[in-house]
Design a protein. Structure first.
Length: 418
């Protein structure tokens, strides 16, 4: 039988191993970027200046430096929450505030935990926005917008999260040993509802979405949608420049509620042919059924997660080995949420590999339904505008990156040049 000490030991081994791998990969990436900082890769010398290349390198190095500090803080905070007794102390505080306990007591516990976590993470958010992004010319967020965003996201989060917490905690406590099946079905149902509701009801709370103006860009996009037989509920431009100069484009929603959204920064930096090529890439994800595959993966992984939680909930050592004495439903749930990322971290390279495979497939679709050269020039402009490094460390990239490195991606697309 596994004793409490062994559970604690396993937890600390995996936590420290995760931290060591993160530090090792960061060190590799830092060294690789520094080594190539003073020379633009041959493939990009005609389109990226040395100044832009060095800006991207310095931006990446600054993010690495910041992540090392904040990763250490997260490491310490997690230890304090668990074997440091933080969760147990918070649970006692919750009982003092709401002695009636029950489902509402569990929800109050979660709300207190999230409030504390928010304030602990606030310095990182402020530094990232007003120091790091500001230094490299990306930040467009004002303190007023920053505060309003916090208020909005808090209110929207509470409206969505409180009913979910009540539902999950009730299912866990009322539906017997097979509760995890019902909790999984409930959670997936909520996820699907939120995916459907996000573009129409949630996203407009934070950003302004305006229909894409008539003109060459819209004409090309409509022609692309027609020849690829894709139906959407509209083409919209989002005021991304209100907060950042980074550019992007994405699909949102599903079924008849699908929308295509362009950041205004992207619209302003690319020409009509390049925008068409970028959209063709995004359409490739849909046509190659990547969205459905990723959704199916989420469904399966969530089922596995709830099954594992179901096995751990009644195991005393799960609580005691992680510094928790109160073996209550909400304590088991929060403990699992805190710990699961430590173990799933080691699956990251597999997830990244699958994602990069999907990116290649979407690039091939775009090359066959638009112009490969236009996609190449669009990608290079986006690398430049977003200060994305052209020279990440291969091992770091293989572990973390959902997209292939710039050089590999461009070489792949060149096979489709006409």
């Amino acid at each position: 039988m596994v004793n409490t000490y062994l559970v604690t030991k396993i937890f600390l081994i995996f936590l420290c191993l995760k931290a060591l791998i993160e530090a090792y990969l960061d060190a590799r990436n830092k060294k690789h970027i520094l080594t190539h900082r003073n020379e633009v890769p041959e493939k990009f010398k005609d389109s990226i200046t040395l100044e832009d290349h060095q800006k991207a390198a310095d931006y990446s190095l600054a993010k690495i430096k910041a992540s090392k500090f904040f990763n250490l803080i997260e490491f310490i905070v997690l230890l304090l929450w668990t074997i440091g007794g933080g969760l147990e102390s918070l649970n006692q505080l919750t009982k003092a505030i709401y002695p009636q306990g029950g489902l509402t007591g569990g929800v109050v516990f979660f709300l207190l935990f999230m409030a504390i976590s928010f304030f602990l993470s606030l310095p990182q958010s402020i530094y990232s926005t007003f120091v790091l992004e500001e230094k490299f010319g990306f930040n467009k967020t004002t303190p007023k917008v920053f505060i309003i965003d916090i208020i909005k996201s808090t209110l929207v989060g509470l409206v969505i999260l409180i009913p979910i917490l009540y539902g999950i905690l009730w299912i866990m406590s009322a539906l017997g040993n097979q509760w995890w099946i019902y909790a999984w079905a409930f959670f997936i149902g909520i996820q699907l509802i939120l995916m459907w509701a996000y573009p129409t009801f949630i996203a407009p709370i934070f950003n302004k979405f305006t229909p894409l103006e008539e003109g060459e860009v819209k004409d090309k996009i409509l022609a692309l949608l027609k020849r690829t037989e894709f139906e959407s509920n509209g083409l919209f431009v989002m005021d991304g420049s209100r907060r950042s100069s980074h550019g992007n484009a994405y699909f949102t929603g599903f079924g008849k509620n699908k929308r295509i959204v362009f950041f205004d920064t992207l619209i302003n930096s690319l020409n009509a042919e390049e925008i068409e090529a970028v959209l063709a890439h995004e359409l490739g994800h849909f046509k190659k059924k990547h969205i459905i595959k990723m959704l199916a993966k989420t469904v399966v992984m969530t089922l596995v997660a709830f099954f594992v939680l179901g096995q751990l909930m009644n195991w005393d050592q799960f609580y005691l080995g992680h510094g928790v004495k109160s073996m209550e439903t909400h304590m088991g749930l929060i403990l699992f949420m805190l710990l699961s990322g430590i173990y799933t971290f080691f699956l990251t390279p597999l997830s990244s590999l699958q994602s990069r495979k999907y990116e290649f497939e979407a690039d091939e679709f775009a090359a066959n339904h638009s112009n490969a050269q236009d996609l190449i020039t669009a990608l290079v402009k986006m690398y430049k505008d977003n200060a994305s490094t052209l020279t990440p460390d291969p091992t770091y990239s293989a572990w973390y990156h959902s997209h292939p490195p710039a050089l590999i991606r461009v070489k792949f697309l060149e096979k489709f040049l006409k």
